[in-house]
Design a protein around this ligand. Sequence first.
Ligand SMILES: Cc1cc2nc3c(=O)[nH]c(=O)nc-3n(C[C@H](O)[C@H](O)[C@H](O)COP(=O)(O)O)c2cc1C
Length: 349
Amino acid sequence: MNRKDEHLDLAYSLFPETSKNFADVRIIHHSLAAVNPAAVDLSSTLAGLPLKFPYYINAMTGGSSRTKAVNAALAQIAKENDLLMASGSCSAALKDPTLWPTFSVIRKVNPSGILLANVGAEVTPAQAQEAVARLEADGLQIHLNSAQELIMPEGDRHFYDWQENISEVAARLPVPVVVKEVGFGMSRETMHALSAAGVRAVDVSGRGGTNFAKIENARRSAREFADLANWGQTTVESLLEASVLDWRGKTLLASGGVTSALDVFKCLALGADAAGVAGWLLHQLLENGPERASAAFFQWQNELRTLFSLTGCRNIADTQRVQLILEGSALNWCALRGISAAGFAERNR
Ligand SMILES: Cc1cc2nc3c(=O)[nH]c(=O)nc-3n(C[C@H](O)[C@H](O)[C@H](O)COP(=O)(O)O)c2cc1C
């Protein structure tokens, strides 16, 4: 079977029924804080690109006729919901140009939506530019997936020049560049190194939702990497890591196990400018069909407006003053990595 088709099936069948990713983050309720929902502005920005809502459809697929149909359905959901969307990795089409229509269908379905093209960290600036041009994209995502490649039976083993390469692509491309993980999260050291390489936008994409350690292991006949199933930082841990860095003039994005408007809100409260959704939406699409998936996603706008209103937040900047209680492994992470959990609990509203 085509690898991208296999990924779809495994991402669907292995996606956790319930994710505890954000359970360690509680929001302090203040009875006098609420503001009128009509006064709430949900808009945000992603490396200078305007977002009407602070969530987006993250990189998933393309490269086969089946994934072309999934891309068309996702693009339709993006259009109906006014959301940014990222394509899946264009690596296959960069090798075999007959596959470009399985990606460019996104632009056909949604001519005026904001679109990011997705590539691996090994691409040349010319290849990155080609992906952006073929998709008529507004920006580029570069994925970091060393854990996935190493567990993938046929995966890449050349990682030594990724940082230098990303630096060159980010410097040469005329559109915004986001560097993302694929569900293993990021450390502050990684984010610091990306910043030093000239990267202005990062998606921490942490553990808690789609799990490529499990997906790639399921594609191995001996399943010998089962013990890596919990590899990496959760999305919450990754955002805590990010909280000690300076994001002024930069974009911090969160993804990995985001399955509700409340998860999006917690990502914002932990410092993200927006939150990405992949596995949950794929699950909705394959289980319930495009109309119901789109309607369920649309509902998040109302829920977010309610959460902003309830916590007295008029805009995204306000969410980053919402007081949070960190518990369990998130609290442990703070203690061991020198991050002030009290800072989140006591910050000024
Ligand atoms: C079926 C599927 C395919 C994916 N393919 C890509 C990809 O090509 N490039 C990429 O950067 N991330 C890819 N991802 C990772 C997502 O963009 C995201 O980082 C990760 O799934 C965590 O988010 P989630 O828990 O909401 O799924 C894929 C995810 C899924 C579910």
